[in-house]
Design a protein around this ligand. Sequence first.
Ligand code: GLU
Length: 449
Amino acid sequence: MALLKQMLKSIREKNPNEPEFHQAVKEVHESILPVLKSHKDYVEARLFERICEPERVISFRVCWTDDQGKVQVNRGYRVQMNSALGPYKGGLRFHPSVNQSILKFLAFEQVFKNALTGLPLGAGKGGADFDPKGKSDGEVMRFCQAWMMEAYRHIGQFTDVPAGDIGVGEREIGYLFGAYKKIRNEFQGVLTGKGQDWGGSVLRPEATGYGLVHFAHFMLTEVDATLENKTCLVSGAGNVSQIAIEKLLQEGAKVVGFSDSSGFIHDPEGMTEDKLRFLKKIKSGQRKSISVFADNYKSAEFTPKGKKTIWSIPADCAFPCATQNELDENDAKTLQQNGLTLLAEGANMPCTPKAIDYLQASKVLYGPGKASNAGGVAVSGLEMTQNRMGRYWSKQDLEKELRTIMKAIHEKCLETIATHGLADLDYLNAANIGAFEKVAKAMNAQGTI
Ligand code: GLU
């Protein structure tokens, strides 16, 4: 036992100044302690320490010229975390907060998430401390080309396949793909999230949001409930939240709150398809603040960013889809006291550890992001398959496939709960243990590398 505790301490010491990475590692460590106790071979093979040590971390200079002709310098990264199950796979984040700790936590989460999809996917994450906000298309293009000028030598369809994350959508993937093709003179599936006419999957834009709502649906089925007429909160204003709202409407749920970095909207009358179209226009088209929504709809009230958060709105279900640590213990308490039944994570690690402890203890159904937001990377995996086959699949086929994958992840969680004697509907420990066992087994089989 002492040895197992020591493990966490030495990982912390070896990776100083990486609080987000420590947080992600600690959560998994806590979940898998009982597995390690009964698996001496895993402990002897140092499997947990190996999983926490990226196979490779690449950090590089990215120089580009802005519209004023001034030289700008950013730092680019690719963390190649684990290739036990397949090529490194995971998104790119372009955001001023990006640093090694954030990318290592994301890459670490990706190891488990990708394992849960059941597809042959290893794990990685990358990006840069570049802020796309307020940049012209030309500036974003030159930045993407400069990023790829270094990254191309480290990635490839059988090596490492990046995709999008915060700040990286179809526009950025296009510029990155074009740069890779130009440098290598090869049209290959080196990135996912591509445009639909040049190798992309027709369902990739919807995949994370749809998958999230499917997962919530399966969770609710376990308590004989459905999403119909449930009041819902969805934070964040990016692709994941917009699509989650879309799917929730299709399921008959009532979305009464949503947010962006400027504040949140409370609309007791709920979202409609018309309102959602307007939201998509102001957020994705015009890149404006969500406050514009309240100017347009009388029933909606805007609260600027401050002490009060979106989680103060009473609701049955909450879907944090913005970013890491956006929901703390106080938020969790408020939500639960206001009658919350379910929380499923669309973002990566959006709940603080104390918020998760509170939710688990108070018997709110909690869907950890590794399981609930795995639909995005799953459809990325399907995009890779399509690229290798050199063909396209229809939207209907992909929708069916995505639902099947989310169902399988849910069933895998239930199976792990049963085989490991976990508490009823303990998705957190089930996702961590189920994924760890799969990766650990593969690593063990592949020897000490
Ligand atoms: N960034 C997404 C995630 O967190 C998608 C990764 C991918 O499609 O490779 O899973």
